[in-house]
Design a protein around this ligand. Structure first.
Ligand code: PLP
Length: 406
């Protein structure tokens, strides 16, 4: 996270920029944080000002609560400041809303969307539902197979949706190469960068056209808010903003204030989570009951070289598969954990565990993948939080033992 060389726009360190981002004096006044502006109505001085309100649709100008107030503007401004190459950031009420907002901006009836096969399942559901209903076709590709991916482009391909690493199976792809190929074919690339975030993967700088995040995860960081964001260069940002306004997208000022609070400690939390995750992943790799650890940050694991080349850090989210056994045995393992919550989401201060069964969520990537024993198909995804890693390892060790006694 301290490596400044991968983003030439970074003069100040990540922590310093996280502290300063979005804290414009005109929004904070005499206090450190922008106050929570709860507002639907903005009052105008007079009739002339009222008439001017809707005409001047600019960032940072009052109009009506749906276009936000300083609390939401400060968050958007902070995220833009953290994203090298971004001209602006649009906020959405969830990560899924951000994915939908971006795709509904870029795609028209008749277009083809190429979606990475290991996309977050609700992104795939969007392809089958919302996009299909609009006459937009979604085709899936294996992000690790560049020649087949390149051959998939046609004159109707308008956009590509990527994730790095992919959901559940944590496959790391070559984002700059995938983005370059998309651009060469006249298509726009979108990256769901929730895993690394702007502090650890400079998506726009590395060739992506629109970068989005579920702020629900690391930026919020405390499992108490839902929000999403999309950042882009000037032209695409204006299009995203206009479409979000058409769709009536707005986030609450209270949630924006919580997300800003989370943002200030983002790099600290990510550093701690990453170090703990690595320690736990390393330990898991040595256990006889573990078939494979799916963590691109782990030296020697699949995707490690790409992660090392393009990322300056990571986070606490990774998966592993058990050696042999049944789904019931894997479920016994998860049930036996006492320091890990069982629940969806990730990136909070607390550790979570969920089952990984991707076979029914893939169209072109095999599960288990080549080189992995077919019986090693039952996986677990861990979101490592801020607990002491030694305690988490002890908890996993007792759960591995407990799973063997039905
Ligand atoms: C990779 C990824 N993107 C997007 C989302 C969606 O975020 P939200 O739950 O805020 O809609 C998630 C949620 O788990 C996710 O894992």
């Amino acid at each position: 996270m301290t490596d400044q060389t991968k983003s030439p726009e970074r003069d100040l360190g990540t922590g310093t920029r996280l502290v300063a981002a979005g804290r414009r004096p005109e929004w904070t006044g005499q206090v450190v944080n922008p106050p929570v502006w709860r507002a639907s109505t903005h009052l105008y001085e007079n009739m002339a000002a009222l008439a001017e309100g809707p005409r001047r649709n600019e960032d940072g100008r009052f109009f009506y609560g749906r276009r936000g107030a300083p609390t939401q503007w400060a968050l958007a401004d902070a995220l833009t400041a953290m994203e090298p190459g971004a001209a602006g950031t649009v906020l959405y009420p969830s990560g899924v809303a951000a994915i939908a907002g971006v795709l509904l901006t870029l795609l028209r009836p008749g277009d083809v969307l190429l979606m990475t096969d290991n996309a977050y399942d609700p992104s795939r559901a969007m392809g089958r539902g919302l996009l299909a209903d609009m006459g937009i076709e979604t085709r899936y590709f294996d992000p690790l197979d560049l020649p087949v991916y390149e051959a998939a482009f046609c004159e109707r391909t308008r956009a590509v949706l990527l994730e790095a690493p992919g959901s559940l199976t944590m496959d790391m792809c070559d984002v700059p190469a995938l983005a370059r190929i998309a651009r060469n074919h006249g298509a726009m690339s979108v990256l769901d960068n929730t895993w690394a975030g702007p502090t650890d993967f400079a998506a726009l700088h590395l060739g992506i056209d629109v970068v989005l995040m579920a702020l629900t995860k690391h930026v919020g960081g405390h499992s108490d808010l839902m929000m999403g964001s999309a950042s882009a260069g000037a032209e695409l940002y204006q299009r995203l903003r206009e479409r979000a306004q058409n769709l009536g997208q707005v986030v609450s000022p209270d949630d924006a204030a919580l997300a800003l609070r989370g943002l200030r400690t983002l790099s600290l939390r990510l550093e701690r989570e990453t170090a703990s995750a690595l320690q736990i992943a390393q330990w898991l790799a040595e256990q006889s009951q573990v078939g494979r650890v799916l963590c691109p940050m782990l030296p020697g694991a699949p995707g490690y070289d790409l992660w090392k080349r393009d990322f300056t850090g990571g986070c606490g989210l990774f998966s592993f598969v058990l050696r042999g056994g049944t789904a019931a045995r894997r479920n016994r393992f998860i049930d036996a954990l006492s320091l890990f919550g069982i629940g969806y989401s990730w990136g909070g201060f607390e550790s979570l565990a969920t089952p990984v069964d991707p076979a029914s969520l893939r169209s072109v990537m095999a599960w288990p993948p080549a080189g992995m024993a077919p019986e090693d198909r039952y996986g677990v995804r861990l979101s490592i939080g801020l607990e002491d890693p030694e305690d988490l390892i002890a908890d996993i060790a007792q759960a591995l033992q407990a799973m063997e006694s039905p």
